[in-house]
Design a protein around this ligand. Structure first.
Ligand SMILES: C[S@@+](CC[C@H](N)C(=O)[O-])C[C@H]1O[C@@H](n2cnc3c(N)ncnc32)[C@H](O)[C@@H]1O
Length: 375
């Protein structure tokens, strides 16, 4: 639910949100006053000119809505560079999805000297910011390439992909969509159908005593993974995000699902609050992503908590290279490492999944504590 103390946007931002609401209302009007939650999420996040990622909201960093690992400290990217460097062969490229402010790319470019770096970014506003930061050191792609060799990377991107919202009830599986009710957006259930119903039926859900179990289906993320698998000739895909294996994702105790909205560093559960001005996310079902990769002929190369992965890649050695006497450098680096590694912060909730083709050697990041068996 939405905490009452959320700060209100300025009048200009509010006007943009109202314009997006107008488009959503028009689409509801044309489709019998019901759209899937996935369609709503797509409009709220990506509608050209008005969606959260498509428009001008600040998004990342202290003045935005959330902070990601690359924004915390260059330590994250420098550690990740060790894994990417191990995977790259001569002539290979790095392809980053959803590069945010471009900071991760900037550090990786300086660590992986001479590497060909490509970005596929759906947000025109963020692409412009990335271009200002990175100039001609990067090539921006408008669509997936036909063939690719190297490493693909997506940090906190899969959680922004639209999800279908479901409710398993004693009367059957319902799809939770969006309608307009007395001028406000509201949830509206209908019987699940077609591909959504078929995918929902594959999941073993225990309906709680309340009679209703809510969760999400990441059909978009699965299709995305399958398409990456089709064009990856040799190399790996690293997906870093918050989430769980299927068994934990659909755990009986998680009966309210995983949807979370991020607005000015507040996390809340109301996806209909100021559409277009807040991020809407769902946790990642890493088992589903692993299966989608396998369907495209890829192999799971490793799955671990972010903390385990970063430690395996040597984050503590990199921190030890900092001089503790230089407090201005050392203290922020140590604080960031703590945040990246602590189980109470990002260390355990965030996971790293590596899938690939043509890679036989074990990966540095999963040399200890690989949990692929849990997928
Ligand atoms: C939460 S931000 C993460 C940014 C950056 N990776 C970081 O870690 O700081 C999500 C990013 O994914 C982009 N994005 C969302 N959906 C995408 C998609 N389907 N393909 C590529 N980028 C996408 C957004 O525009 C944004 O750059």
């Amino acid at each position: 639910m939405r905490p009452v103390e959320l700060p209100l946007p300025d009048p200009q931002a509010l006007a943009a949100s109202r314009a997006l609401l107008g488009r959503i209302a028009a689409e509801l009007g044309a489709s019998g006053n019901w759209i899937s939650f996935a369609r709503y999420m797509e409009l709220a996040l990506h509608e050209p000119g008005l969606g959260y990622y498509a428009a001008g909201a600040r998004k990342l960093g202290a003045g935005g809505d959330f902070v990601t690992a690359p924004e915390l400290s260059p330590l994250f990217a420098r550690t990740l560079a060790r894994q990417i460097g191990e995977l790259l062969e001569s002539g290979d490229a790095v392809l980053e999805f959803g590069a945010g402010s471009g900071l991760l790319a900037e550090v990786l470019l300086s660590e992986l000297e001479g590497v060909k770096y490509e970005i596929l970014e759906t947000s025109p506003e963020l692409r412009e910011r990335q271009q200002q930061r990175l100039g001609n050191r990067v090539q921006w792609l408008d669509r997936l390439p036909q063939k690719f060799r190297g490493v693909m990377l997506a940090n906190e991107v899969a959680d922004a992909m639209p999800v279908h919202a479901l409710a398993w009830t004693r009367d059957g599986i319902r799809e939770r969509g969006v309608c307009a009710n007395e001028g406000q957006l509201a949830w509206s259930d209908r019987a699940a159908q077609g591909a959504v119903l078929a995918a929902a039926r594959e999941i073993d859900v225990a309906i709680p005593p309340s009679g209703r179990y809510e969760s999400e289906l990441a059909l978009f993320a699965r299709a995305w993974m399958r398409s990456l698998g089709r064009f990856l000739e040799r190399g790996a895909i690293l997906v870093i995000d918050y989430g769980f294996p299927g068994r934990e994702f659909f755990h009986p105790q998680r009966s309210m699902g995983t949807l979370a909205c991020h607005y000015r560093h507040h996390v809340h559960g109301d996806p209909f609050f100021v559409p277009g001005l807040q991020d809407i996310t769902a946790h990642v079902d890493f088992s589903a992503l692993g299966r989608a990769a396998a369907e495209a002929g890829l192999k799971v190369l490793g799955y671990a908590s972010q903390a385990q992965f970063l430690v395996n890649c040597g984050i503590t050695d990199l921190l030890a290279e900092e001089n503790p006497a230089d407090a201005r450098r050392y203290l922020p680096a140590a604080a960031a490492a703590q945040k990246l590694l602590s189980p109470a912060e990002m260390g355990e909730l965030f996971k790293v999944l590596a899938v690939g083709r043509g890679i036989d050697a074990p990966l540095l990041g999963f040399s200890s504590g690989d949990r692929s068996h849990a997928l």
